[in-house]
Design a protein around this ligand. Structure first.
Ligand code: SF4
Ligand code: FES
Length: 243
């Protein structure tokens, strides 16, 4: 058993950007930082779910080595860097790649102002896509009576997959394929959402951090200026209830 593994099994303190952060046994760096009210940019993690480690936006340096803060266990005495020019530049590049890899047209998207991808891009100072847009051809699945699935906006965070499996007990979603061909699929005879077991009150129907899965007939209900990230930036909305 390594020293870091032993440290992770006991409570202790690590340093995040020069501030002491307490952690509990079994905490990852992101979980402990979030509980302490410190923001580390992330897309595919929520406190209620285990780490997915797919977006890499939470990448930090731990004692000089890079790692995903949502998967690296906290250990006593670690020196963690997160809010540095180098790491934020890498995050901006990751976000720019996510934007051009899908079709994210914020001005016409009803998730605008409540979208974690958009808010995180603002947070790291992204002002344009930088890379050439791929404009992939992806379907919009409007077959469900109450929920829309727009794969143009999906960032493959896997949150709907985990929510459907672990909270709803339905396994409505899965991620299929590799590399640029990776995509979200629906578990139903036709592959369409309307034929699946998804119901509008399911956790999976509301967990999407972007506008890929949306309840129908609720769009643009919140006026501009009062939407979640109009009120304060994502870095000031740290999920303090992380357990
Ligand atoms: Fe994540 Fe939303 Fe795509 Fe599901 S539909 S994988 S929650 S971005
Ligand atoms: Fe850590 Fe996505 S939040 S990899």
């Amino acid at each position: 058993m390594t020293d870091q593994r032993i440290d992770a099994l006991s409570p202790g303190t690590f340093e995040l950007d020069g501030r002491d952060v307490e952690f509990a046994p079994g905490d990852t760096i992101l979980r402990a930082a979030t509980r302490a009210g410190h923001y580390i940019p992330h897309l595919c993690w929520k406190p209620e779910y285990g780490p997915h480690g797919s977006c890499r936006v939470c990448t930090v340096k731990v004692n000089g080595r890079t790692g995903a803060a949502c998967t690296v266990m906290a250990g006593a005495g670690q020196e963690v860097q997160s809010n540095t020019d180098e790491l934020n530049a890498q995050r901006k590049t990751l976000l720019q790649m996510l934007f051009v890899e899908g079709n994210h047209f914020c001005p016409s998207c009803e998730k605008s102002g409540d979208c974690l991808l958009q808010a995180t891009a603002y947070e790291v100072g992204m002002t344009g896509p930088h890379f050439e847009e791929l404009y992939p051809s992806r379907p919009v699945d409007a077959s469900h009576a109450d929920v829309l699935l727009d794969l143009n906006r999906c960032i493959l965070c896997g949150l709907c997959v985990r929510a459907s499996a672990t909270v709803d007990g339905k396994n409505v979603f899965a991620i299929d394929g590799h590399g640029i061909a990776t995509r979200l699929i629906v578990n139903s005879p036709s592959g369409l959402l309307g034929d699946s077991a998804l119901q509008v009150d399911d956790c999976a129907a509301h967990i999407c951090p972007v506008g890929a899965l949306l309840p129908k007939r609720r769009g643009f209900a919140t006026p501009i200026g009062q939407r979640r990230f109009d009120i304060s930036p994502v870095s000031q909305q740290v999920e303090k209830d992380a357990t």
